[in-house]
Every structure is written in structure tokens, then in C-alpha cells.
Design a protein around this ligand. Structure first.
Ligand SMILES: Cc1cc2nc3c(=O)[nH]c(=O)nc-3n(C[C@H](O)[C@H](O)[C@H](O)COP(=O)(O)OP(=O)(O)OC[C@H]3O[C@@H](n4cnc5c(N)ncnc54)[C@H](O)[C@@H]3O)c2cc1C
Length: 554
């Protein structure tokens, strides 16, 4: 084996053997890892979705192993309805030699921050609350102000809108603890594909009482009956670790000196000193956009989406999507996502609520705004979805005097003009989908989920042409894509106007701070950096890190 016997040669050969042994060890280790862990995907009929023993037997079959020889953990659950019959796809992490230790709870990294430096947060929506949680994890003390009420008390104001058409401008479907996310559909998916970053808010929701199912479902969902408790638990965590939460506390002024935040004024009265302010007031806080503009703090007009809610019988959507009616009791209410291009305009379905309700989401008296929500069981007989057209600055004529508030003023005009055509209540104008297309007033309005009521109206005349025409063509196209969608059984209700913010509050890409105001951190959907519960939560977390960074450099 040795080619020479001089000491140099012997050493070289020894090194070579050592290298071979090391290589073999590494190789064996890799082999061992492969043996210990792998992913297996199985396909099961809906009636077996909760049958673990059956699922383990399928995993065993695919590995050629007895189920007693491995342990498995479900990591992804989705539904494949492309072919009849619909079935579940379940992906498992399978361990043959060892079971990994459970990861420590995220809450275990939280510290007591009662004596730590303060960070003021305006808005207790997903952006504000998740920013607060991450500030605590980073050793800073969040002090939160929200114009609305705690999640439980807020219910009374929602009842007042639903039953009496009374809109409280500080407590409604958009304002109050948990923000627009609390009494929502509670869908928890986002277009972001940063898996690690998405998992953190989902895990935190589970640690505050949400079902662990949200960690594995392809389309996780909580529901409006469960969300308020989860939100209240988040508040408890913030308080328990020394943070503060103030309700009925509206930001009415920001006090600046030499381009730096110095204090805020709450309810036009009390002043709170601060050097760091997270502004997470959501897309409906028009007074905040006016305030910033009036104080010459840079804001920009931002394209937003405007349109209608369209509601179908849930059974019809199930028949189209699952090709069965009634659907299997083991399948959830089905959903859809539709998008088309009409000339230059993108038209798309948004915030689809299977088994849900259309709800009145105005934030001021004198306007009509629709949105959708559902309970965790998604068991209403209706399926509704926002169906909207993108509106950009160049398309809107007039309103130039409003500067960066141009699109906000246009949004407001549409909401108010539809309200003005009604009887002064939150009753909404509607039209059967086929009549909407044929420019015809509906002879009757079918049963629907909108509690204040829907009356027959010529939406084809009442909506701005630049919104109506693309919608009209899109619904016909959606009917071609989804056979059965274009039907007189579907109802169109106006307006869906708060899917996104018509204003952006700019910020530096690196520091996430406003380019003109030191210490001001625009955050979440209202600032234009999120478009849903999870993306707002993720933005809150990103801003919390940016704030911690800023604080340590000061
Ligand atoms: C009915 C409905 C259903 C929805 N369904 C879903 C869904 O299923 N899935 C999904 O991902 N998204 C859904 N959304 C959208 C989602 O709720 C928002 O994208 C998300 O809540 C935005 O989070 P945010 O924290 O940025 O702002 P918001 O949730 O809007 O929170 C802003 C907070 O700031 C407070 N505030 C405003 N102005 C002031 C002020 N001057 N002073 C103090 N506080 C102030 C408000 O009271 C509010 O609590 C829904 C929205 C609605 C209205």
C-alpha cells in the first residue's frame, strides 16, 4: 500500500487514511440522517382526514415499513379538488430512529420590560399588536394607543351598525382592538413566500389560543367567533410582560421638533413624550392621513382597489368546485380565486369568504362600505367575495387639489354617493349578477347574508363607469372560467372599497423609518406595506426589529 518508506511518505499515507475515515464517517452520518427523517405525502378521501391509524398504514405502505417502526408529524394539509372526487393531500415528516424535541414556545423568549425604554404604538391591529410582541422579545416596552374598544366591548358597536345602521367612528368593523382583523373572515394566508417569517405570527397565534391546525393547513383560517379571544390573550401577554394598552385613546396630533418625533397628543388632550413612534393605524384612518398631510409629513397617493361584493349560494360554489352537492361533511366550504384582465385593467376576486356573511364596514356615518367575515365553522349558506378593479392615480379625473389624498377623496366620494342614494340606513344597493351584466334593475333581490338588508338598484348607473365596465366584462369571463359562476342566483352588492390603502406613508427601505421624520415608523396596511392579517403582522415584526436597531444606535 505504501509507495515509499520515508517519513514524509508515511505521513502522507496516514493523512490519506484519516481523510478516508473522515469521509466515511460523514457519509455514514448523512446516510443515518436520511434513514431517520424523510417527508411522505399521502392522498386520503375526506372521510379519513382525521383517521390517524389509517394514515399511518398508508405511510407504512409507501415506506415498506410497519407503522410501529416510525413516528410521523403532519406538516401540510391541502385539498385537491381538480378531479372528482376531491381528496386531501397530507404531507408528513416521518422519523424512524428519533423524534425531534418539540421547539420551545416563542413566548419563552419574552422578557419583563416594565422598566425598559418605551416605544409608542398607535393602533392595536395585527401590525401594532405583533410589533408589540416582538418589541417585548427584543427587550423594549410597548405602549399602545387605540381609538377603539377592547375586542369584547366592541361587539356592542358592531350590533348597532348591523341592527340600527349607527356607525361609531371610533368603534366599528375596522377600528378597535385587533383592528380590522378581529371580526373578519380570519383567513391567514398571504402572498408572501417567506415561510419562516409567516410561521412566526402563526405560531404566536397558536400560543395565544388559535387551533394548531393553522400551522399545517394550506389555507389557514380562524373565524370571527374565535379571534376576539385570541386577540384578548395577546393583550394579556403584553400587559403581563410590562407593556401598556390604552383603549378609547385616539391619536390627534404628532409633535415634532427639528425633524424628530417628540410627543403625541391623545384625544386632543394628554401629551405623551416619545422618541420612537410606530404608526399602525390601518387603511381606514383617514384622519391620520389628513393629519400627516396638514403637518407636511410626506405621504403619497397609492393605487387601490374598488368594486363590489358578489355573493353566491355556498351549495352552488361547492357544486362547481367539488363537483358534488351537498358536499361531503368532511370537506370545508369551498372557495375560489378569480382574476382577469379587461384591457388595461386588472379585475380580481379578493377576500373570499366561504360560508360567510357580508358585513357593513363603514368607519364614518354617511358612507357605505362592504366587507366579508365568517365563523370558524364557515357554515352560513352563502359564499361572498370582493370583486374589485385597480384604480390608479392617473385614471381619476379631478381631485387634483387633494394632492396625495386624491385617491382617498375619490374612494370617499364613491362610498358617500352610494350612501346618499339610499334611505339613510346601512341598507345596501344590489343587483342580481345577470341583471348587473345586462344593465337591468332586478325585479327582486334574493335571500342574502347582509343583515341591514339589500334593495334593488341600478348599480350599472350608480357605480363609476371606469369601475362598472371592467367589472361587467370580468364577471362574464369569470363565468367562462368557472362554469356556473355567472348566474342570476348570484347577488352584487356595493361598495367594496377598503381592500387596500389609497395612500402610502413612505419609509426608508433599510431603516423602515419615514424619510423626513426621525423616530416615525409607518407600519402595516395603512402605510401601504401589508394587505391582510398575516402580512400586517409580519410588517409589525419587521418594524419592531428596525425600531430596536434604531434605539441601540441612538
Ligand atoms: C370585515 C373584514 C374582513 C377581513 N377579512 C380578512 C381576512 O379574512 N384575512 C385577511 O388577511 N385580512 C382580512 N381583512 C383585512 C385585515 O383585517 C387587514 O389587512 C389588517 O387588519 C390590517 O392590519 P393593520 O394592523 O395594518 O391595520 P388595522 O387592522 O386596520 O388596525 C388599525 C388599528 O388602528 C386603530 N386606529 C386608527 N386610527 C387611530 C388613531 N387615530 N388613534 C389610535 N388608533 C387608531 C384602529 O382602531 C385599529 O385598531 C379583513 C378586513 C375587514 C374589515
Amino acid at each position: 500500500m505504501y509507495s515509499s518508506i520515508n517519513s514524509q511518505g508515511v505521513l502522507e499515507d496516514i493523512y490519506q487514511d484519516l481523510y478516508r475515515i473522515l469521509y466515511l464517517c460523514c457519509f455514514l452520518k448523512i446516510e443515518a440522517r436520511i434513514l431517520m427523517y424523510q417527508q411522505v405525502e399521502i392522498k386520503v378521501a375526506p372521510e379519513f382526514v382525521s383517521d390517524e391509524a389509517y394514515q399511518f398504514s398508508l405511510i407504512g405502505d409507501s415506506l415498506g415499513m410497519n407503522p410501529s417502526a416510525f413516528s410521523a408529524r403532519l406538516v401540510k394539509r391541502s385539498i385537491d379538488a381538480r378531479r372528482f372526487p376531491a381528496h386531501y393531500l397530507l404531507r408528513f415528516d416521518v422519523f424512524t430512529d428519533m423524534v425531534p424535541d418539540p421547539e420551545p414556545a416563542l413566548l419563552s423568549e419574552f422578557k419583563d420590560v416594565s422598566e425598559a425604554p418605551e416605544v409608542l404604538i398607535i393602533g392595536a391591529g395585527p401590525a401594532g399588536y405583533f410589533a408589540a410582541l416582538d418589541l417585548i422579545a427584543l427587550g423594549l416596552k410597548p405602549v399602545i394607543f387605540d381609538r377603539g374598544k377592547d375586542a369584547q366591548t366592541r361587539r356592542r358597536d358592531l350590533r348597532a351598525i348591523q341592527q340600527f345602521g349607527i356607525v361609531n367612528p371610533d368603534s366599528n368593523y375596522c377600528f378597535g382592538e385587533g383592528g380590522a382583523g378581529t371580526y373578519s373572515d380570519g383567513k391567514l394566508y398571504t402572498r408572501s413566500n417567506k415561510r419562516g417569517e409567516i410561521l412566526r405570527p402563526l405560531k404566536l397565534l397558536v400560543e395565544h389560543g388559535a387551533s394548531p391546525d393553522i400551522l399545517v393547513d394550506a389555507h389557514p383560517h380562524i373565524g370571527s367567533n374565535k379571534l376576539p379571544k385570541v386577540i384578548a390573550n395577546i393583550r394579556e401577554t403584553i400587559l403581563h410582560h410590562g407593556g401598556q394598552v390604552h383603549f378609547d385613546a385616539k391619536l390627534t396630533d404628532i409633535i415634532l421638533r427639528d425633524g424628530e418625533v417628540k410627543a403625541v397628543r391623545i384625544n386632543d388632550k394628554k401629551e405623551y413624550k416619545c422618541d420612537t413612534l410606530i404608526l399602525a393605524t390601518g387603511h381606514s384612518a383617514r384622519d391620520i392621513f389628513y393629519l400627516l398631510h396638514q403637518k407636511n409629513i410626506l405621504i403619497e397617493a397609492k393605487a387601490f382597489a374598488l368594486g363590489v361584493r358578489i355573493e353566491h349560494p355556498q351549495g352552488l360554489i361547492d357544486k362547481i368546485q367539488y363537483k358534488q352537492s351537498p358536499r361531503s361533511e368532511h370537506l370545508p366550504a369551498s372557495s375560489y380565486k378569480l382574476v382577469t384582465q379587461v384591457g388595461e385593467k386588472g379585475v380580481f376576486s379578493f377576500c373570499m369568504c366561504p360560508g360567510g356573511l357580508i358585513v357593513p364596514s363603514a368607519t364614518s356615518p354617511g358612507e357605505l362600505v362592504m366587507n366579508g367575515m365568517s365563523m370558524s365553522r364557515r357554515d352560513s349558506p352563502f359564499a361572498n367575495s370582493g370583486t374589485v378593479v385597480t384604480v390608479s392615480e392617473g385614471e381619476v379625473k379631478g381631485y387634483d387639489d387633494a394632492g396625495p389624498l386624491k385617491l382617498l377623496e375619490y374612494q370617499k366620494m364613491v362610498e358617500q354617493s352610494l350612501f346618499d342614494k339610499g334611505d339613510g340606513s346601512q341598507k345596501a344597493p344590489g343587483q342580481r349578477l345577470t341583471d348587473f351584466f345586462n344593465r337591468k334593475i332586478s325585479a327582486s333581490i334574493q335571500e342574502n347574508s347582509y343583515i341591514p338588508g339589500v334593495y334593488s338598484a341600478p348599480l350599472h348607473k350608480w357605480l363609476p363607469t371606469m369601475i362598472y365596465e371592467p367589472l361587467r366584462q370580468a364577471v362574464k369571463d369569470f363565468g367562462r372560467k368557472m362554469n356556473g359562476y355567472f348566474t342570476e342566483e348570484a347577488l352584487v352588492v356595493a361598495t367594496e372599497s377598503r381592500t387596500s390603502s389609497p395612500v402610502r406613508i413612505p419609509r426608508d427601505k433599510e431603516s423602515l423609518m419615514h424619510p423626513q421624520v426621525r423616530g416615525l415608523f409607518p407600519c402595516g396596511e395603512g402605510a401601504g406595506y401589508a394587505g391582510g392579517i398575516i402580512s400586517a403582522a409580519m410588517d409589525g415584526e419587521a418594524v419592531a426589529k428596525a425600531v430596536a436597531n434604531y434605539k441601540t444606535k441612538r
